[in-house]
Design a protein around this ligand. Structure first.
Ligand SMILES: Cc1ncc(C[n+]2csc(CCOP(=O)(O)OP(=O)(O)O)c2C)c(N)n1
Length: 632
């Protein structure tokens, strides 16, 4: 049946029985493709019925759906003409795991970061109104995404404008891990309150039907109800914001959802529809462990098992160091913005619950909160993915760097990030943090260096950013274990007489090492200098090192504009104008989805490409030049 659905129009006339079958087929398609390609399984299984109901009641794309984060849009993709390409999900050149304007007229924004849907939807609605364009606008936001402050900024504005914005609150009580904070408790109470209301109606009805109920008993029941009401009834937050509130609805009953949504479509004011769903619905491994199945790599469909790798990842190395630091020092605390598992803080959280803080999807608050902790004398380590720290740059400048607050920002997923595409690449952090006074930036190349960096950072009285990639740690080199010295990197290899030097950031060391090996095989001697520090830089030390070489290739896993390579190149041009140099990094483009190796190759950062650049620089040969042109 699913293969016949080419557009949402095709589901409008299906019977209840057919809709059930459709939902089952959608689930099995999602499980099968995510089992092979990896992806956000549990969130998508939870919104199958909701997506069907939305597409039956509203008319996309005239009516616009804005999916918050966009990680739960697979059912929407299946109903909007992308079934045929669904098996390319998250692959290079394939369809995205998030909504994408270029992919379909049914996707209104490119998405990936949380808590933006209400703002985007409100803007779209107001803009359409100004231009007299018809159509409803519906934001679908999870209870996790609602913990992001921006969602509240938008609710407040929407309440004031009083336009007919529809906000579907998809409440599954889970963020990636369990949802945290008083808002999450508030939503549970709201659900209970409404369930109490429906219980009360049924109760009244029942009492009236009991024969010979005397007045004393009715009075007693009335008093009991008043007592309960005192405990359970509160003002509804959404109503206070100026919204109508409808719900909570059973998010797995297409009939109930449709009946209510049809009425909601007629309301001419902002409205929140509270829908309760179950994450992982219909696939027991995901129902039982929605956190693991939130975002998952390929897995075995029959039992949900995931392949385990023996190699240590940077995340695991960070996790281990944090636990040992937590043991050694009582003043070390860890802060995460809803990424406990992904950032490797689960063990720390269990071992030191008093010093672990999951603040919800609130990166801005996480940073300023850490600034406050530091002011009190605590040494907070804030673990945030490179891409998500982008939204707390002002907090880093104003609440941390200006105050010289000694917090550590541990940026996982720096550099090329596989599978998720443009919104998740960690390629801007170097350029964003380098200009900020008082900041120290370190890019360790291995587990040992990450460990040393964290320990060293705790001895500093300034904020320190430590950035590392989503990849396994490379084989350790002797140089990685050398003690940290501010502003100095380490020579990883020191071949006598080499005239070519690679200078690299830690995250891309494996590719540089491989390029170096390929050149050695060709008889081109070369050395590698691992920068360790992106800031500060011991200029004298650096210039002494490069002085020995004829050619220097800078390689960084960040954008070239504002990066470290361009800066160092300008430095050597001033001091040693004869040294030939080349900066390799990401160009001025957003980088689409692919595996790490595919992403690096598309940016000219694959080992064979780095080797070619270096060879060209040193030999200036026309033949090498041609080969290089071909490789790009
Ligand atoms: C700014 C930002 N921080 C963190 C994330 C990572 N992230 C993706 S989905 C998600 C949880 C969202 O929870 P919810 O909105 O309840 O959706 P659910 O998956 O439960 O359906 C998080 C933390 C993100 N996408 N954006």
């Amino acid at each position: 049946m699913l293969s016949q659905i080419k557009s949402p129009e095709d589901i409008k006339n299906l019977s209840t029985k057919e809709l059930k079958q459709l939902a089952a087929e959608m689930r099995s398609e999602i499980i099968s493709v995510v089992g092979k390609n990896g992806g956000h399984l549990a969130s998508n299984l939870g919104v199958v019925e909701l997506t069907i109901a939305l597409h039956r009641v509203f008319n996309s794309p005239k009516d616009a759906f804005i999916w918050d984060v966009g990680h739960q849009c697979y059912p929407h993709k299946l109903l909007t003409g992308r079934y045929d390409r669904f098996d390319t999900l998250r692959k290079a050149g394939g369809i995205s795991g998030f909504t994408k304007i270029a992919e379909s007229e049914h996707d209104f924004f490119d998405s990936g970061h949380s808590s933006t849907s209400i703002s985007s939807a409100l803007g779209l609605l107001v803009g359409r109104d100004l231009l007299n364009i018809d159509g409803k606008v519906i934001a679908v936001i999870g209870d996790g995404a609602l913990t992001g402050g921006m969602a509240f900024e938008a609710l407040s504005h929407a309440g004031q404008l009083a336009k007919n914005l529809i906000v579907i609150l998809n409440d599954n009580q889970m963020s990636i891990s369990e949802n945290t904070g008083s808002l999450s408790k508030y939503l549970s109470r709201l659900t209970m309150t409404s369930q109490y209301q429906s219980f009360r109606h049924r109760f009244d009805h029942m009492v009236k039907r009991i024969p010979f109920v005397n007045k004393a008993l009715t009075d007693f029941v009335f008093r009991l109800k008043r007592g309960l009401k005192g405990i359970i009834f509160r003002n509804n937050l959404f109503v206070d914001f100026g919204f109508e509130y409808v719900g909570p609805l059973n998010g797995h009953s297409i009939v109930e959802l449709e009946t209510v949504l049809k009425r909601v479509a007629k309301i001419n004011r902002p409205v929140v529809v509270h829908v309760v769903t179950q994450k992982g619905r219909g696939y027991s491994p995901a129902e039982n462990d929605p956190t693991t199945f939130h975002g998952i790599g390929p897995f075995c469909i029959s039992d949900g098992t995931v392949e385990k790798f023996d190699t240590l990842s940077f995340t695991e190395a960070f996790s281990n160091t944090m636990v040992s630091l937590g043991e050694k020092r009582k003043d070390v605390a860890a802060v995460t913005a809803a990424m406990m598992k992904g950032s490797g803080l689960t063990t720390f959280a269990h071992r030191f619950p008093d010093r672990f803080f999951d603040v919800g999807i609130a990166e801005q608050h996480a940073v300023t909160f850490a600034g406050g902790l530091a002011r009190a004398g605590i040494r907070p380590v804030v673990a945030i993915y490179s891409t998500f720290v982008q939204r707390s740059i002002d907090q880093v400048i104003h609440d941390v760097a200006l105050q010289k607050a000694p917090i550590i920002l541990a940026l996982d997923r720096a550099g090329a990030v596989p599978d998720d595409g443009e919104t998740h690449q960690g390629i801007f952090d170097i350029s964003l943090f380098r200009p900020i006074p008082n900041m120290i930036l370190i890019a360790p190349a291995s587990a040992v260096e990450l460990n040393l960096s964290l320990e060293w950072a705790l001895t500093q009285n300034l904020p320190v950013v430590i950035r590392y990639p989503k990849s396994s740690c490379p084989t350790e080199q002797e140089a990685f274990a050398l003690p940290m010295e501010a502003g100095r990197g380490v020579m990883v290899s020191e071949a006598d007489g080499a005239k070519l030097l690679f200078v690299c950031t830690g995250g891309i060391f494996p590719e540089v090492l491989e390029a170096s090996r390929q050149l050695l095989l060709k008889g081109i001697a070369n050395n590698i200098y691992n920068l360790r520090f992106i800031k500060p830089l011991n200029q004298e030390h650096f210039l002494n090192i490069v002085a020995e070489y004829d050619a220097v290739v800078f390689v960084e896993d960040g954008v070239r504009i504002g990066g470290i390579g361009a800066y160092l190149e300008s430095l050597i041009h001033v001091h040693f104008p004869k040294i030939r140099s080349k900066v390799c990094g990401f160009s001025d483009n957003f980088i689409p989805q692919g595996k790490r190796s595919q992403i690096l190759e598309s940016a000219g950062l694959a080992p064979f490409q780095l080797a070619l650049e270096a060879e060209l620089l040193i030999s200036k040969s026309a033949e090498v030049s041609k080969e290089r042109e071909k490789s790009l």
